[in-house]
Design a protein around this ligand. Structure first.
Ligand code: ADP
Length: 194
């Protein structure tokens, strides 16, 4: 299955992504992880990306699109993948559509993990990753609302969007995801999770 996983910072996307990988075994394509690895390895892309990541801004589209285009060509993507943190802008979504259309491998489903902003602030303040300062948290949530949330409409119109309520226990939330992923493909196409 080819899945896109969208959610604001702090929504618990990483935790649920791990559970999806463990059960359904898609390749895990996290642009955040890839960019952090590039930064730590001090590659040219990594050093360029770090300028944006450290302030909560998005890395430029062409950089991230290049990283994903290379990754999608690897063999382990043939059996399906979970795109985690990509696309994050309409330009990225359009570039992805183009790549997948050329390869004849359309997306199966787009999962949105939905959590109210107030809860995100609470969770992120407790997490303590290097880019989790109060200023960058605020910036990353604003960037999500301005640049990434338009994707919900974009994929909604294509009939691919399934919204998962992100409040509850880890197990409760995963059960909601399983319900969507276990449903026959091409369901009702609306925003419900039935
Ligand atoms: P989050 O905690 O916000 O979910 P991620 O681990 O997905 O963060 O990404 C961390 C940072 O990496 C982002 O704040 C951004 O700077 C950069 N990044 C990751 N994916 C993308 C992308 N698709 N487009 C642009 N920048 C990205």
């Amino acid at each position: 299955m080819r899945i896109v996983f969208i959610g604001p910072p702090g929504a618990g996307k990483g935790t649920q992504a791990e559970k999806i990988i463990a059960k359904y075994k898609p390749a895990h394509l996290s642009t955040g992880d890839m960019l952090r690895a590039a930064r730590d390895a001090k590659t040219e892309i990594g050093l360029e990306a770090d300028k944006y990541m450290s302030s909560g801004q998005l890395v430029p589209d062409d950089v991230v699109i290049g990283v994903i285009a290379d990754r999608l060509k690897k063999d382990d993507c043939k059996a399906g993948y979970l795109l985690d943190g990509f696309p994050r802008t309409i330009a990225q979504a359009e570039a992805l559509d183009k790549m997948l259309a050329e390869a004849g491998t359309p997306l199966d489903v787009v999962l949105e993990l939905k959590v109210p902003d107030e809860e995100l602030y609470t969770r992120l303040s407790k997490r303590g990753r290097a880019d989790d300062t109060p200023e960058t948290i605020k910036e990353r949530i604003a960037v999500y609302n301005n640049q990434t949330s338009p994707l919900l409409d974009y994929y909604g119109k294509k009939g691919l969007l399934k919204t998962i309520e992100g409040l509850g226990t880890v197990e409760e939330i995963f059960a909601r995801i399983e319900k969507v992923l276990d449903a026959p493909q091409g369901g009702c196409g609306c925003r419900c999770t039935s």
